[in-house]
Design a protein around this ligand. Structure first.
Ligand code: GTR
Length: 439
């Protein structure tokens, strides 16, 4: 049996804090543009024109969709290996409590095993809450957490599964440790579990570190080597990066959810914040079983427009987080206006499913205006497919969502890079409109 040291509280709180604020997402470094008037005119990519210039019709949209998906695979995230897509996943119900959270919820904890090796092989731990007394099939929201299942709500029944740590700036290699008791509920605000349940939805989460730790040079500690060819020791330039792996983990969680009798598998929304928003976007782009997308501040490499060259750039992403992407992404360093895909094409891959794009005014690094413009551009695809797009080209005032009855909605909230009760209230209003209101 593997032994895990108990992670020091001080360090874990730091990990949780970094996860929730997005590390460097608040600050602008010298050399990065945060002045709107300095945005140069740029040629936006057109979701409704094939690469050869031919216009796209409702009939040919599936072809254009495949073209766009292929460009994201080649240039940004790398394709999900075919062997990973077809992998049989074994689900084991570790625990169920029908009176969790003071009687408000049904809690289930499930381990998804990705190989016959069981405990010794790759796996992810899924935590699932449903409103107490749920009968029939309940619509759900699924998302990944930064610091472990136990952080989403203060519930002593949540198993303390190992999470990755590495002392900052230390030479100590990343290792797994059992998180401290005090980390329970550390991200209550970001998850709003009780609010979600009170509104009649279920909520499920996995810990992204179960798939691959979020560190440079840690690929050997994640899932990717499991799919290497014989003799392979590192990913090739066009093979998937960590965001692809995290997105894959979301789809495996969905495999389980669609099989659970208490879950409405046709109404599972995927959500994620920041880098995990990029992963949620990419999961929904590839896996159309996700019935709706709630994307929070996924920024550059996600829902925002690289072409505006406002806020984060490909260079910053590559310098800081090269392992998030396929190695081909490095080709686009200092070529943000030339990359063949952009946030508007990413969002167009969600069509015609309900899509909510959320920005924060204090998160200029993600470029809220770029996120809004992507939603406007992708709306053209929704309209082509006869679903109402965002319905406006004017960015709404802070804290005032656009019309949530439409299939694309947007808000820019006051405050910093984060997920808040405001975001959840609006997401749930949006789901009420599109999944049917539940008491
Ligand atoms: C930042 C990164 C952003 C965003 C964020 C986060 O450092 O520059 O792209 O992903 O991290 O994940 O919190």
């Amino acid at each position: 049996m593997r032994q895990f040291r108990t992670m020091s509280l001080r360090f874990l709180l730091l990990v949780v804090a970094l996860g929730s604020i997005g590390i460097s997402a608040q600050s602008f470094r010298a050399g990065y543009n945060n002045v709107e008037s300095a945005v140069k005119p740029y040629a936006a990519l057109d979701p409704l024109a094939f690469n050869d210039g031919k216009p796209v019709t409702a009939k040919t949209w599936p072809k254009r969709r495949a073209e766009i998906l292929g460009m994201f695979e080649e240039n940004v995230f790398g394709p999900t290996p075919a062997a990973a897509k077809g992998l049989p996943v074994r689900a084991h119900l570790d625990e169920q409590d029908d009176h969790a959270l003071g009687g408000k919820a049904i809690r289930k904890q499930i381990t998804l095993y990705f190989s016959a090796k069981g405990e010794d092989g790759p796996k992810e731990h899924l935590l699932l809450y449903l409103p107490a007394g749920s009968k029939g099939k309940t619509p759900m929201v699924l998302g990944m957490s930064f610091a472990g299942n136990q952080t989403i709500v203060d519930d002593p029944g949540i198993r303390l599964n190992p999470t990755w740590t590495r002392a900052p700036k230390s030479a100590e290699p990343p290792h797994l440790e059992i998180p401290a008791e005090t980390t329970r509920g550390a991200q209550t605000q970001q998850w709003q579990v009780e609010k979600v349940l009170a509104r009649g939805y279920g909520i499920a989460t996995i810990y992204y570190g179960d798939l691959e730790p979020d560190y440079k040079d840690a690929v050997q500690l994640g899932i990717r080597p499991y799919f290497y060819a014989t003799g392979q020791t590192a990913p090739a330039a066009d093979e998937w990066g960590a965001i692809g792996v995290w997105a894959w983990g979301l789809s495996r969680a969905l495999d389980y959810l669609v099989s659970d009798q208490l879950v409405d598998g046709s109404r599972v929304a995927v959500t994620g914040h920041s880098r995990l928003g990029k992963a949620a976007d990419w999961a929904a782009a590839q896996d159309t079983r996700f019935a709706a997308v709630l994307s929070t501040e996924s920024g550059k490499g996600g829902q925002s427009l690289s072409r505006r060259v406002y806020g984060e750039t490909v260079k910053h992403l590559e310098d800081s987080f090269p392992y998030w992407f396929c190695a081909n992404y490095a080709k686009w360093v200092d070529r943000d206006t030339e990359i063949p895909v952009d946030g508007n094409l990413m969002l167009s891959l969600m069509a015609p499913r309900p899509l909510y794009v959320a920005s924060a005014e204090g998160d200029q690094w993600s470029d809220p205006k770029g996120e809004f413009l992507s939603a406007v551009s992708a709306s053209r695809v929704y309209e082509l497919l006869r679903k109402p797009g965002i319905g406006t080209a004017t960015m709404p005032p802070v804290d005032q969502p656009t019309d949530q009855s439409r299939f694309v909605a947007y808000h820019v909230r006051s405050g910093k890079h984060d997920v808040t009760a405001f975001d959840w209230d609006e997401y749930l209003n949006f789901l009420d409109a599109h999944f049917g209101r539940r008491k």
